[in-house]
Design a protein around this ligand. Sequence first.
Ligand code: NAD
Length: 483
Amino acid sequence: MSSNLKDPVPHYINGEFVSSESGETFANISPYSNEVLNQVSQGMKEDINAAVLAAKTAFKKGEWGTLKLNERMKYINKIADLIDRDIEVVAQLESLDTGLPIAQTKKMVGRAADNFRFYAEMVKNRMSGEAYHVDDEFINYTMQKPVGVAGLITPWNAPFMLETWKVAPALATGNTVVLKPAEWSPLTAHKLSEIIHEAGLPQGVFNIVHGFGEEAGAALVAHSDVQLISFTGETKTGSEIMRNGADSLKRYSMELGGKSPIIVFEDCEFDRALDACVWGIFSFNGERCTANSRLFVQESISERFITALKERVQNIIVGDPSHAETEVGPLIHRDHYENVKRYLAIASEEGCEVYSGQVPEHLSNGNFVAPTLLLNVKNDMKVAQEEIFGPVLTVMTFKTEEEVIELANDVPYGLAGYVWTSDMKRGHRVAGAVEAGMLWVNSQNVRDLRIPFGGSKASGIGREGGHYAFEFYTEMKVVHVAV
Ligand code: NAD
């Protein structure tokens, strides 16, 4: 165990770092070596109850909701400054915990500080209401109030960034928070609690309970004092959460799985499309919700494009995630590794050619999967329809625009899509026709925090990001005044 790691990782409840009431812990395993890194407090219903009570008390009786806006934003900006100060440590912990290459976690952690700064500005400038005079008899006006206790449930694939993506708007709009981070990536969630503690937020405003989804997560969802759940994770977990939360009627934001198409037309800028395609599936070990996991390349250039892809796949550097040059690291957990390997076996059974890059022999203890192309894929195969969530690209060809739109949409998911063409009329047309929440034309997955983020079909419900987050994290109130 590294001396930097807390053992066991504690919860953060009512401004204190505490163990589980039961005293139970679970092991946090290294994706690189499959050795135990440290133990983590295993939150149960009692721990969730304590955290929700702290958050409820802070919301109802505490100063958080009544703080002047500028004062609240000072805390939010302070959190951003502390993240920036600790960026190296957070990036290293994230890489150690998840197997994501260090060069990539550094960029992601930088975005976490941006999330706080962005919402500090956004709340000041854009959280507003409307007012109407009616026949000199009434003034009717609206205001946005915080909802109450926000339950936030997050995945392991870019844990620190995704936690802050929810925590920042939830706190900035005046809610109090109970965060249940993913059990496979507790380290940077704990670091976030240390940062928020240091920022000096009033006690109970922000709480973390570690533990498993079926225990801590389910208890948070079912709790009647939790008014909203913002969830990012698998589609089937999203359905289960909505079922379990039904009795206590809450609002949900659901950011779920994806199987996003990248459509490459013959008139594209070949090298840029190739770069984007490789980056979009193999960065973040392929464990990216918006990964372009289904390539559709126009038949006339398919041979050249696939040959170039094969060459790129052979040259991707698979290695120790803590090394600066590593491009693909080990998958998060042995169970997930087995699952991705199972899909490769299914691909062979379904008649695909499985074309893989290299994993150096000395890495055999880790959860390494070589960057892989699945060739001769048909769109109705399991590997083209289900989210694999690893460094695996399914490759298909098409002849016409109409055909590719139909193929791209013939999938349960609708998170993202990418179009490469020099014909901008076609770019707009295809972007409009692909059934997904977010489309990129001649560009890779770049983010703009002002723009809504989210998916359609089985990829999600609602949008977060920009001022769209206000609708979710606030309650709209109307006041009618006789004049
Ligand atoms: P997951 O659904 O297994 O777990 C996500 C979180 O939910 C974890 O904290 C887990 O403990 C918790 N959980 C599990 N069961 C629960 C239950 N019954 N009640 C309450 N909480 C429960 O997802 P994962 O494997 O951690 O993450 C990968 C998935 O996340 C992929 O499908 C990926 O596409 C998706 N994802 C989506 C987005 C997006 O913005 N759309 C972003 C990142 C990841």
